[in-house]
Design a protein around this ligand. Sequence first.
Ligand SMILES: Cc1cc2nc3c(=O)[nH]c(=O)nc-3n(C[C@H](O)[C@H](O)[C@H](O)COP(=O)(O)OP(=O)(O)OC[C@H]3O[C@@H](n4cnc5c(N)ncnc54)[C@H](O)[C@@H]3O)c2cc1C
Length: 292
Amino acid sequence: MADHLPKDISHKVHNALRLSKDDQQRWAKILGKKGWHGWAWPKQFGGPGWNAIQRHLFEEECALAGAPRVVPFGPVMVAPVIMAFGSPEQQARHLPGIMSGEVWWSQGYSEPGSGSDLASVKCRAERVSTTSGDKYIVNGQETWTTLGQYGDWIFCLVRADTSGKPQTGISFLLIDMKSPGVTVRPIIMLDGEHEVNEVFFDNVEVPAENLVGEGSKGWTYAKYLLAHERTNIADVSKYGRTCCAGSRWTGLRLMMTAMVGPLGAGTNCCCLTAMWASRSRQRRSNYAGGSL
Ligand SMILES: Cc1cc2nc3c(=O)[nH]c(=O)nc-3n(C[C@H](O)[C@H](O)[C@H](O)COP(=O)(O)OP(=O)(O)OC[C@H]3O[C@@H](n4cnc5c(N)ncnc54)[C@H](O)[C@@H]3O)c2cc1C
């Protein structure tokens, strides 16, 4: 890992300096060449097909080497949804660009007034038929869109149906951010940095083939994505690095806290403890055998 990671990038990570788009994408492309930008993907879609322990080891090695955390919106969030619910055409069109690190994705879930209460999203997508095929006309606003200023594509929860209960009217749409009518406006945070944005859709035309799965099941796909988002945000490898750099118990406690919050205590503590023990055993045997 360390041999392939550019030194200027690991220097920034180790010293908590801001990473540029170029830094993030250079590393994404290096991983992509080896089929590791989608390190949790199955072989069927071009990933390494690793099990949970192997994935954890990869993440830990990345953190130890000082690699940037992979920008998750493409490989960690939307890719599993496309694999599970997307059409073969969507899989063929989008997964290669995500794996290679060429295409930058953004997440369009939150709206003003629809954060925790996500099922209340109001961004409207009206389906219309034209001579050149069906399309959606999208009007509305996303907010807190992380690194949306770099986005090529954005996955959005949109309201295609206003009848019934809120959850049933939500669709999951893939939108090309270069489409006419898409505007990205920066939100400058208290530290003066530009990391999050507002994204506006003003009569944006989206081909109907960009709808993922069934129109009325967007809420199901949204929850499926969130399960991937949360395990990623727990950032176990970072806490592992804290363990190695400082007190092992402080790091372990931080790691457990991170996992227990989003996912529930029992299962994950057991799982992590097993991973921890397995990694320690492997390290001990490696040292004993003189291979490190
Ligand atoms: C740095 C950053 C980056 C982000 N990036 C993205 C992104 O890329 N894409 C995206 O879609 N979103 C993004 N988000 C949005 C994030 O997912 C939302 O902030 C989150 O869903 C919470 O919504 P909210 O901010 O509107 O808070 P609110 O929903 O208004 O909640 C405010 C407070 O009220 C509490 N609260 C809310 N409802 C209840 C309730 N029923 N009972 C008790 N307490 C309640 C919450 O816990 C919270 O403390 C980002 C947010 C941040 C801060």
